[in-house]
Ligand binder design. Structure first.
Ligand SMILES: Cc1ncc(C[n+]2csc(CCOP(=O)(O)OP(=O)(O)O)c2C)c(N)n1
Length: 346
């Protein structure tokens, strides 16, 4: 796995010695991680992918030559398996191990064999991910995010959506919702949250999911596994409670807060999988509970601060926030019908 990480909280918790969220397999292999500028991270990750593809395509040509020339049955079989699984992350790693073992056992000093073995670390299909916050993905780095999604290449984007620029103290971004207070929106943000997932879905060939781990762990894992397996671009937007939200219960209840957000309809979990055999769109969240939306908002200082400072404005903006959430759920529900009908048409 290769990770390009935009500057932000995820680049801090992702790379602060001596603790790290990443680890290695028993073989000592773990993700390769690098951080680029906040404004060009999608392009940076895309460059990582293009570089790997160039190196791997060159090595693939050598493996094809070896397969053509060799009389060694083990090498022939291993090369065939490698070439068949070339683009499949789930199986190409094992195929690569077999190919390397067969080539190492081969008694020949042909140039292709030496070249392939010298570059054996590059042979296996890598999983390319691009990580970052909403300030990067929705806002300043959006041009690059859109470019990568449009590319149709096998590449994955994970957005940790804290609904503010967290690492610099909580400035409002296009992911901030109506009525939330943030820096540059001290009087409560007056505009709606951008629908990044909806925009990405319009491509039709982009895997798109929204997740909230505390609300549905299985759906989170399913979305990550599907994004990884999807042979085109994927976008996962993860709801990420943050210290800037001022959760009254405390940050130790961040997972509970995710659950409450989904139950009241503040956040919605869903998956749009262009490669799905059945329904392409799955709305994984239940319909919002009839009550409790305003309690959810008032449980966080980013909202509650406005209620204390300007109750009349808070009432207006919070009602709008709730209305937007209900309309969003209705819209997502319509998508279920639209994609089910599309399947029947085919
Ligand atoms: C070009 C540029 N401008 C500003 C900064 C300062 N900066 C570092 S992190 C950050 C905010 C990141 O916010 P977001 O993408 O939402 O990620 P989060 O911290 O919320 O995870 C900013 C503005 C920077 N590193 N580079």
């Amino acid at each position: 796995m290769y990770i390009a990480n935009a500057t932000g909280c995820s680049s801090i918790w992702g790379n602060s010695s001596p603790s790290t969220p990443y680890t290695v397999t028993p073989e000592g292999k773990g993700p390769a991680w690098s951080n680029s500028l906040f404004e060009d991270n999608a392009e940076f990750g895309y460059g990582m992918l293009l570089a790997q593809n160039t190196i791997r395509d060159r090595l693939k040509a050598k493996v094809e030559k070896i397969a053509e020339k060799t009389t060694d049955e083990a090498v022939k079989a291993a090369a065939a398996e490698y070439l068949e699984t070339y683009t499949v992350g789930a199986t190409n790693g094992t195929a690569t191990d077999k190919l390397v073992a067969a080539l190492e056992a081969l008694d020949c000093d042909c140039e292709e064999r030496a070249e392939v073995l010298k570059n054996k670390d590059f042979l296996a299909k890598k999983s390319q991910w691009i990580f970052g916050g909403d300030g990067w993905a929705y806002d300043i780095g959006y041009g690059g995010v859109d470019h990568v999604l449009a590319s149709k290449k096998d590449i994955n984007i994970m957005v940790f959506d804290t609904e503010v620029y967290s690492n610099t103290g909580g400035q409002s971004s296009k992911a901030t919702k109506t009525g939330a207070t943030a820096q540059f929106a001290a009087g409560g943000k007056e505009t709606k949250k951008k629908d990044l997932a909806g925009m990405a879905m319009t491509y039709g060939y982009v895997y798109v999911a929204q997740i909230a781990m505390g609300a549905d762990f299985n759906q989170t894992v399913k979305a990550i596994a599907e994004a990884e397996a999807y042979p085109g671009p994927s976008l996962i937007i993860a709801y990420a409670p943050c210290i800037n939200h001022g959760i009254k219960k405390g940050m130790s209840k961040a997972q509970t807060e995710e659950q409450l957000a989904v139950e009241c309809g503040y956040w919605n979990n869903f998956r749009y999988n262009p490669a799905a055999e059945g329904d392409k769109f799955s709305l994984d969240s239940k319909a919002p509970k009839a009550e409790g939306y305003q309690d959810f908002l008032n449980g966080e200082v980013r909202y509650n601060a406005l209620k204390r400072a300007n109750p009349a404005k808070a009432d207006k903006l919070f009602a709008l926030n709730e209305q937007e959430a209900m309309e969003r759920y209705d819209y997502l529900n319509k998508l279920v019908t639209v994609y089910a009908a599309e399947k029947e048409d085919k």
